[in-house]
Design a protein around this ligand. Sequence first.
Ligand code: AMO
Length: 458
Amino acid sequence: MDASISSGTSRTMIGELGKHVGETVSISGWVDVRRDQGKMVFFDFRDRTGKVQGVVLPGNPAIETAKEIRNEYVVRVEGLINRRPEKNVNPEVVNGDIELEVKAIEVLAEAEPLPFDMSMSGFNLDLTTQLDHRALVLRHPRLQAIFKVQNVIIDAFREYLKSQDFFEFQAPAIAPAVAEGGAEVFQVNYFDKKAYLSQSPQLYKQIVMSAFERVFSVNKIFRAEPSATTRHLTEVVSLDAELAFIDSWTDVRDVSEATVRYILKQVGECCAEELKLLETTLPTMLEKTPTLSLTEAQEKIFTKTSRDVRGEKDLNPEDERALCEIIKEETGSDFVYVYGYPTRKKPFYVYPNPANPEFNEGMDLLCRGVEWLSGGRRINNYAQLMDHVKEWGMDPEKISMFLEAFRYGVPPEGGFAFGAERMTMQILALKNIREACMFPRDMNRIDTLLHGDDSAQN
Ligand code: AMO
């Protein structure tokens, strides 16, 4: 350790170094790369704002420390900011025109030799290895870019809905009943009773909407997905919204479309560097997103691919891919809304189309071959809701709090939900949803792999 750095020297962020040419500064960060050239040692130092090249010149006493340092050592470095000679300028990177002439190095934390290549060009890990080593690979710019984009997506969701006078609420994670139907729930022992991890804040967002008119939440939801696919997680960040005083399900579609448009604008404006690094471009959203009924979508798929899926209750993943390709080819849009699903195949709260009650006014938004969002109009009439509760074979006692809102007057209403990871995955054209989740949960993994014993859970 070189103790010649006075502890009082204030830290300059690496991204700001360009403003300090000719000055002596102190930076703190990690050793991204070290290149030992005998008499001189070169470094790339890294902090959360960027990287800078450093050089320890011959004869500098810091050379001894420099030679012991490996990649990922945490250091405090004092040095002089010099302009690089013209021939060494790299205009492509931050600080490509300057260099830090190292005067003293203090080691704040040592690092063992890395188990794999973390360099920009050499980083080539399969997803399983990446997930096993999240603690280390989160330092890589590619992963950081994914999660910076995700931050912007979630912030933009909040910002847009707040700008439209939506009220944010916190939904509970422990639920007394199943909101969405189906078997995909985690049951928990709640003292001596049965409870569930929330599959969706659906019933709560409708309750809160009945008091606040326009509401949204950013919450964890849990789905006991029994298969490991590239688009399903068991723990999801759900971006939910619900609004009162609508005239039609198309009002809900329009609000969801405006929300996506704002999110895309924010990602485009705030994440240009990240999109470049991830070698992707934003999906194209037209002035008006193409909207088809499920029946029309199935007809289109049949006409274009000869695969007859007419009369099926939903689109399967192959249908979703085919429909997105057809719509892209026909209109240039990467997005398509599909509405009008068989009433009996969807949750009890979805509003049946009055002109054709066999089909409902529920909708999905697909993008680049995958569903991003579900939503639609809900039943707000108490008697109609009670009829559905009975028809769906549900116990009204278990959702009595929900039903109470409707007994005392709820306006025509609807809402929608996006999965933040699906959205991130599709905006960035990632191949697997696990890439879009820092610590993904699936049936085989909760950080460590599940091997049939309970050691991973201790
Ligand atoms: P749905 O069940 O379609 O609708 O979920 C809404 C959105 O959440 C995301 N999502 C998932 N993402 C990853 N892994 C999963 N296992 C998973 N499950 C869901 C998807 C999906 O489009 N209550 C309704 C919403 C509403 O009507 O407001 C609901 O939960 O992006």
